[in-house]
Design a protein around this ligand. Sequence first.
Ligand code: 1CP
Length: 385
Amino acid sequence: MFDRIEGVNLDAQHPLSSGQTADSRLIRAYQGTRPDVTPVWFMRQAGRSLPEYRELRVGTRMLDVCLDPELASEITLQPVRRHGVDAGIFFSDIVVPLKLVGVDVEIVAGKGPVLGTATRTAKDVAALTSLDPAILDDALAPISEAVARTVAELGGTPLIGFAGAPFTLAAYLVEGGPSKDHIHARTLMHADPEAWAALMDWTAEVTGRFLRAQVLAGASAAQLFDSWAGALSREDYAAYVAPASAQAISHVRDLTYIERTPDAAADPTEIRRNVPVVHFGVGTGELLKEMHGIGADVVGVDYRIPLDEANRRLGGVVPIQGNVDPALLAAPWPVLEAHLRDVLERGRLAPAHVLNLGHGVPPETDPDVLTRIVGFVHEHSAASA
Ligand code: 1CP
């Protein structure tokens, strides 16, 4: 039996409500308060760069693993144990809610999500959107269970839940699989704006429910990945994509908690806070303001623009996350260290900075390099605070 605080949606046992993660470096930085030490985690920190992951994955299919609460939880915890990062990112995939709502999708090793059929016409969209997103409320049970198991192990380290933004998911649905320029998706948005709007609305509902389930089960922050939004002009982004992304995160925007800090007894003032939402895209330097504008708290920056410039474009008031170039993970340490110093220096101009990569960890990365980065960032940022 959960005891609920009046008017607050998160359970009193949720790690943010209970105080377990509310005062962590990551959550403070996401709220725009610069912690004593710069927090660090890595996109795709769980996965093929880790030998313990490769060992667990032998003979399994990706989507089966995502739906096995014990395995998904163990894989989420592996990089936290090994690297001492400031957050776990839930091990799953952006296409998991599509699978659970009944879409014919598989994740093909070395390739990515592949759909049984491509959704190219108004008729295709009508067939797809006839699948009822409400069935996810039950179908997402293995995800909720995996999250609950994970946060029970994580203690004071926050878990980040995530979902794909409607455009990035639509890019897979319309193309039928990974593509370079997402040209069929971009054609559909102009050729049949009505079908496009229906597709985006449905996708927002599906992905928004996936994100909400993770937060309700114990994730302390949420990241929306619009990995392929960099293919869009600012005008197309604003007209055809941003409203659906706002709709997707509206599924977690109403979730709040009352902060209980260690000295709460001394200071009885109650602070109601929302669950922080990060919005990230690749090649989206021209869209940063719009990506913040959908209602995100934090903007993730890829490696193509420096953080001081990203901060300038965001008006100097938005916490930022990023943006170590993944290519430099394989460079000699002095080269990587100089780059880390530069990223930290530029990140200091923003209200708060969470160090991350500009995109995911490449599979061939030496995991010891990631551990070394965590140590360096913690030491260097503490020394120069
Ligand atoms: O550690 C973590 O970051 C958690 C795991 C995670 C995340 C956040 C996975 C596991 N997938 C994702 C999100 C995801 N999936 C994104 C957004 C982030 C990004 O831009 O990298 C995208 C675009 C996908 C789609 C996808 N799934 C791809 C990319 C294909 C393309 O178009 O280039 C791939 C390769 C997958 C499969 C996948 N997802 C995750 C893993 C570990 C794997 C590889 C599976 C395997 O073959 O072992």
